[in-house]
Design a protein around this ligand. Structure first.
Ligand SMILES: [Mn+2]
Length: 215
């Protein structure tokens, strides 16, 4: 089983060529999960679906609802999966009410000046606490636009594919592979848009971050 997880595409404010490259590169993925904020404006929904259909049958694709998603794409609020005995929950993450808007954005900017990972750590921690009854689960989240994993919290933040600026602009995606009795999870960084505006998939750096046998 191989899962490809993409988040915060904000279509059409994305690089379509990069999105298509990722989908083609990951053609062996059994399932693709779009982790919310898939489309920025509802009227762009049909065009976004047409783009995905160029590379994949939609029956292999799960769309999760983000705070920007309207009704144009059939979305679910969350998606759960048992992989090698471990439960993985996929959500956008805006439900946890800590994020990148209004006063929390200003607070996030202050935290980021202290250490660039603090806002996303705060986001992951609040998500973990609010999801405490299910503390054994892995939480795979979008919304923060940061690409980060917190092994002890069992929280992964999937990055973004949008060109719209936010507190974080970490372009990337996540691949989860189950092999034998274990699964491992890779964060694949496409670089920060401010640093490399024309990054393409052939420049990716992959990092194997988690292996369920070691957690
Ligand atoms: Mn977003």
């Amino acid at each position: 089983m191989r899962l490809l997880i993409l988040s915060d595409v904000h279509y059409p404010y994305t690089d379509e060529a990069v999105l298509l490259d990722i989908l083609r590169e990951e053609k062996n993925a059994d399932k693709i999960i779009f982790l919310g904020d898939n489309v920025r404006e509802d009227r762009n929904g049909p065009k976004f679906l047409d783009l995905i259909k160029k590379t994949r049958d939609l029956k292999d694709v799960v769309f999760i609802r983000g705070n920007h998603d309207g009704e144009a794409i059939p979305c679910v609020d969350s998606f759960e999966l048992i992989l090698n005995g471990e439960k993985l929950t996929f959500m956008h993450g805006d439900q946890f009410k800590i994020g990148s808007e209004g006063s929390t954005h200003k607070f996030g900017s202050i935290l980021k000046k202290i250490h660039r990972e603090l806002p996303v750590l705060a986001f992951a921690t609040v998500a973990r606490i609010k999801h405490q009854n299910k503390s054994g689960e892995y939480l795979i989240l979008g919304h923060s636009h940061a690409l980060a994993s917190f092994r002890r919290l069992r929280v992964v933040c999937v990055g973004c594919l949008t060109n719209e600026k936010s507190l974080y602009n970490e372009k990337g995606y996540v691949v989860i592979k189950s092999e034998g009795s274990e699964f491992n999870l890779s964060l694949i960084s496409l670089g920060s848009i401010s640093e490399s505006p024309n990054t393409r998939v052939d420049h990716i750096t992959a990092e194997k971050v988690w292996d369920s046998s070691r957690s």
